[in-house]
Design a protein around this ligand. Sequence first.
Ligand code: HEC
Ligand code: HEC
Length: 393
Amino acid sequence: MVSNIISLNNRLIFFFIFVGVLLSFISCKDDEDDGGMVVSECVDLTDIAFFTEKKELALPEGFQPINQPLDNEMTVQGVLLGRHLFFDPILSADSTKSCGSCHGVDGYFTDNLATSPGIDGVRGVRSAMPLVDLVYSENGLFWDGRSPSLERQALLPVEDPIELHDTWDNVEAKLRRSDIYPALFRKAFGIAETCDITRDLATKAIAQFERSIISMGNSKFDRVFYKRIGFLSDSEERGKRLFFDEDLGGQFLPDAECFHCHSLPIFTDNSYRNNGLTFFTEDTAMDIEDKGRYEATKEKRDIGLFRVPSLRNVEFTAPYMHDGRFETLEEVLDHYICGIQQSPTLDVLVTNHCDPEDEILFISEQDKTDIIAFLKTLSDTTFFSNPEYQSPF
Ligand code: HEC
Ligand code: HEC
């Protein structure tokens, strides 16, 4: 009898301890809805192994060694996390769009639209840029250079009302609750618990992924110029000489001046220039809608200047220019040959080439065809199937 009472008591005590443990376990795992406020509990992650491997990039011939910020060097695990975040609509308010929606690998990390609709269908005034070889963009990001680093840049689209239109507080909460991200953040950055997932680490990982996107150096131009394999066709070779202001075996060719701004090996010098898209005078300068570099510096001499884009894979990045105004490379060349608009900040290297009387400057239809043929030798279709650039979802 006595022993029976003791064992009943014992069983009750065990039962209550069991229920208590179960409850605390459940409340630790779940988020409690506390009067509309989401209270995130921190879940311990230290059981997941943490070790990182340095991410090595295969740089094409002619490319300089890369620089990385010392506090965010690329690791295999960091780049993998960044690739997930980049392609995951979890970063947008209604889970419909990701960075990859406007910077898709099929379009060489642009969307082939003049302007891009965000989650609410509202469009900005500028064309999405291809995010390739950005590790070499050390002179500011965006068409006007207003963002100093990839880490800082990646903060912006999430809260931009015409892009992903979410808040970072909300995105952090979603990432902490997710099934996959706590482990991916632990493996990339060694965080101890889910509450250590922050926008700072998320943008670091996205920046690592972006730095790992390098054009692959398998274009016809790369094979002939850097690897000395094969030859360009006669038309491509003439186009190359026009582009680089070289004559052709004693035969005079007009200087198209392209290479000064679109310089080797990425076909940009990352400077800001006015290539004559918009006509304006001293008096009307402040009236143009998109003042380019001026938006970042507020210096009048920067009105109408935009960052020189890379021309690698340019065949696949239409439409062209900061506002996507040209649909084809033919239209781009027509601009450089006969469409240059005068303005006080026009670059000295651009001028019209359409006067047939001008033997030195005149660029003919044949020259135009040849320059376009040369631009197409910069196409590298191996880029698009690189497994490291694909969405992991
Ligand atoms: C709605 C479309 C859209 C979305 C979504 C979007 N972008 Fe962009 N992105 C753009 C446009 C447009 C520009 C050019 C803006 C400018 O120059 O003012 C740009 C420019 C950039 C640049 C500058 C590239 C350079 O060469 O200077 C980077 C880097 C970038 N985006 C990364 C991202 C990342 C990371 C995300 C996700 C967090 C993202 N973008 C989401 C449209 C988008
Ligand atoms: C003075 C510097 C300069 C010279 C010279 C120059 N460009 Fe450009 N190029 C630019 C700038 C700046 C842009 C972007 C302008 C903008 O969008 O506002 C650009 C844009 C382009 C684009 C569009 C790329 C894209 O992705 O949108 C192509 C193609 C191009 N240039 C080809 C050429 C060719 C071919 C020549 C020679 C005939 C040439 N450029 C000469 C500065 C230059």
